[in-house]
Design a protein around this ligand. Structure first.
Ligand code: GLU
Length: 486
């Protein structure tokens, strides 16, 4: 069936932070909805009370909003199918579990933890797959009634048919078949009365009219159980699309051990939302060409599920860094200015006052050299305070016996400038000084850079000097002559 307006959902279990894999799932759902004039829904799958983390949902919503993935329906955004917290829908799941019980497509299991452990151990010994042995499926109605009367704890299990092939289609992985004999009689309702993910997820996807289930490949083994549930209830299945695994560069599964996986950690490190979105979009998708730089609105235009690939996507931090550099470079200076001020306020330079005009010149001088806003202060602290020390290696290499005298002459020439001297003025002064002294320009370029910045690298030397301005340059030359001893 063709769905006129797709409805898709991001259905995280709040565990405390948004994982980059979760961001990829959210993004692909969002993009699919945007591309197809559909609806993007946020549903909180919080039925596992053991994993409940205080503040996790708020944190997740804050991160999604920061990054710009706004949902049409969700917890704080009352939609037609609310509530969007599964913990507020418990009665619904019970009702549907009862339907399955009546149909005998589910059954109550009263087995004790000890019996289940024994069963598992025996199966392990025999090298058989650990699976429930349907023991309670054979209880008589009388036995069941007796146990219920004596309040014996029970779970509700899915009655997976034996010796059947469970088939379904997936947009990414095409046709998939599972033998039902490999599928466990999944618990649908736990002994505390809470549903498991499988039941709640399928019931909600149906009731919320979800047309496409787009989620990570780790959920693929759950899909046969879900397919059985759809079929037992007589509901139309959604279209499935399982997104490829995220891998570390060594091809192991992306894990916390090898680096950051929380979106907020990347945010904290100064990555821009634009580059995170761009980077995550390319983890398993491309438009069929080698284009790599995208804004969110462009992705909305270009995205298609058909172009999601099967093979695992390697999480390459260098690429993320490159994208951050590019996105920062493309930003209007007015925006970078605001970010720079904010960043400076967190550093030791926060107490100093700089004019917007000055900071804009710093941004222009450094733009090609920074990947993060914080690098303005890290890589070019000399724009914010005069150097207190000078790089000893550079002194050794570049500061010669005649450097102080040459720099003195240069300072004299610079002193004659008008207040608003240009880059050309600095260049002319330097060449004039070198010519008059009968030396090459290099004899001045390196020492003046060292005097002005304390370092041997940075923007073009005339860019550096013009930003600092005539008075500051003269002052720094004089200080260097005094301080640098060889
Ligand atoms: N609650 C599941 C998760 O945490 C949702 C999986 C799905 O999208 O079906 O990822």
């Amino acid at each position: 069936m063709i769905h006129p307006t797709p409805r898709v959902r991001f259905a995280p279990s709040p565990t405390g932070y948004l994982h980059v894999g979760g961001l990829r799932t959210a993004l692909y759902n969002y993009l699919f909805a945007k591309k197809n004039n559909g609806t993007f829904i946020l549903r909180i799958e919080d039925t596992d009370r053991n994993r409940y983390v205080e503040g996790a949902v708020e944190n997740l919503i804050t991160t999604l909003k920061w990054i710009g993935l706004n949902y049409d329906e969700g917890p704080d955004n009352s939609g037609e199918y609310s509530p969007y917290y599964q913990s507020q829908r418990l009665n619904i799941y019970k009702e549907y579990a009862n339907v399955l019980l009546t149909q005998k497509n589910a059954y109550r299991c009263f087995c004790t933890a000890e019996r289940l452990t024994q069963l598992r151990e025996a199966q392990q010994k025999e090298k058989h797959q650990a699976k429930y042995d349907k023991h309670c499926l054979n209880l008589t109605q009388e036995e069941i009634d007796n146990k219920l009367e004596t309040d014996t704890p029970f779970v509700v299990r899915l009655n997976v048919p034996e010796k059947k092939t469970i088939k379904f289609d997936d947009v990414v992985r095409q046709h998939i078949e599972f033998s039902s004999d490999t599928v466990d009689d999944q618990i649908l309702i736990k002994s505390d009365g809470y549903p498991t993910y499988h039941l709640a997820n399928v019931v909600d996807d149906h009731l919320m009219k979800i047309t496409h289930v787009i989620r990570g490949e780790e959920w693929l083994p759950s899909t046969p159980k879900h397919v059985l549930l759809y079929d037992f209830f007589g509901w139309e299945r959604p279209v499935f699309a399982h997104l490829p695994l995220l891998l570390n560069p060594d091809k192991s599964k992306l894990s916390k051990r090898q680096g950051d996986v929380a979106v907020e950690d990347y945010r904290g490190k100064g990555y821009l939302k634009e580059s995170l979105i761009n980077f995550v979009a390319l983890l398993g998708w491309n438009a069929g060409d080698d284009r790599e730089f995208y804004y969110l609105n462009e992705l909305e235009e270009h995205f298609s599920l058909e172009r999601v690939n099967k093979s695992g996507a390697v999480f390459n931090v260098e690429k993320l860094n490159w994208l951050n550099f590019e996105h920062l470079r493309q930003k209007p200076v007015s925006e970078v200015l605001l970010m720079l001020k904010e960043e400076l306020s967190k550093t030791k330079f926060g107490k100093n006052v700089y004019t917007d005009n000055y900071l804009i010149q710093v941004i222009d001088a450094m733009r090609e050299r920074v990947s993060f806003v914080k690098e303005y202060a890290e890589k070019s602290p000399y724009f914010f305070e005069a150097p207190e020390e000078y790089d000893t290696d550079i002194i050794k290499k570049r500061w010669k016996d005649d450097s102080p005298a040459l720099l003195k002459k240069l300072a004299d020439n610079i002193s004659e400038f008008q207040a608003n001297a240009s880059k050309d003025d600095f260049e002319h002064a330097l060449h004039k000084t070198a010519e008059e002294a009968g030396v090459g320009a290099g004899k001045l370029i390196h020492p003046v850079r060292l005097a002005a910045s304390g370092m041997g690298v940075g923007p073009g030397v005339y860019d550096l000097l013009v930003v600092l301005g005539k008075d500051e340059v003269v002052k720094r030359i004089n200080t260097a002559i005094e301080k640098i001893k060889i």
